[in-house]
Design a protein around this ligand. Sequence first.
Ligand code: ATP
Length: 344
Amino acid sequence: MEGMAVRLQGLRKTFGETVAVDGVDLAVRDGEFFSMLGPSGSGKTTVLRLIAGFETPTEGRIELAGQDVTRLAPFERDVHTVFQDYALFPHMTVEQNVAYALKIRKVPKTERLRQARAALARVRLEGYGTRRPAQLSGGQRQRVALARALVGRPRVLLLDEPLGALDAQLREQMQLELKALQREVGITFVFVTHDQQEALAMSDRIAVFRQGRLEQVGTPAEIYERPATSFVASFVGTSNLLRGEAARRILGEDGVHSVRPEKIRVLHESAADEPGQVTATGTVAEVVYLGDATRFLVDLDAGGRLTALQQNLTTSAEDVAAFRGARVRLAWHRRHTVQVPDAR
Ligand code: ATP
């Protein structure tokens, strides 16, 4: 298939009795930042290892740039893997670490050094070339691992939770940097994460995994605004589902419906209904002041519970406490309610 960096067909992998990957069909486009998202044990790392060639599929086919690589060894595939622990050589300098792949390919020394320095500059580590990994911070080691990956100009870069070892603030910064870097170099990234916020922030498209299968593949907006299953609705973003009696009374419909917390306004119980709006009355069970926003947990009179997230435009922390136990009316646009098929 044209323009596809990676293509998986009927991919299946078992380890003894465990079915790690259970029939996955997937195509990653050239130059795409593609994330595989799912809870622990859902099979995303195994899919990554299958693409890299560290595992052999039980069934199915793997193509890289249109070529069948299912039976090829890792070094015969035009991919590079960045692991969470970075796997840097501790006894080598930063420059030597980055140049290593070029040395293996017998690139002459001056050219190796030139390319290694260029790659280090790309990840903003000029001047660090003679240090050893132990003399770097976690974020800097992460950058060295990236420089080492980029220097070989692989067609596809496979990244397994590369930001997992970083603290929250550095992680957010690296998310932006990594995304910018990917745009600059134009290499296809296949990125494994269990962090939905990270996947939403960085990806062109996301594949959501559950128990070795794909639940949904789509852009961050599609995954978030139009979850295809109740699992996706709950795993990506705050689970906010109306079902059964509550769905019938509030929406006049059967089935399971998802509405995102930030779409819901918290109003006085006596507020008037507006055309096109869904409203539901209830009692505030809990309020959480988050600084920039406030989260309300509301027990609905129709049954069930919804979370509403309000920006703190004029609200202060003191106002927030007064809401606990208060009677409120929740309101949102009907078009923000998405019906989702129930769990399989
Ligand atoms: P995590 O986020 O925790 O890394 P994951 O979604 O990447 O999880 P995998 O590591 O792909 O999940 O594992 C999928 C399933 O396959 C799990 O049940 C796991 O225990 C099993 N598994 C993975 N590798 C092996 C192995 N080498 N031997 C036996 N079972 C394995």
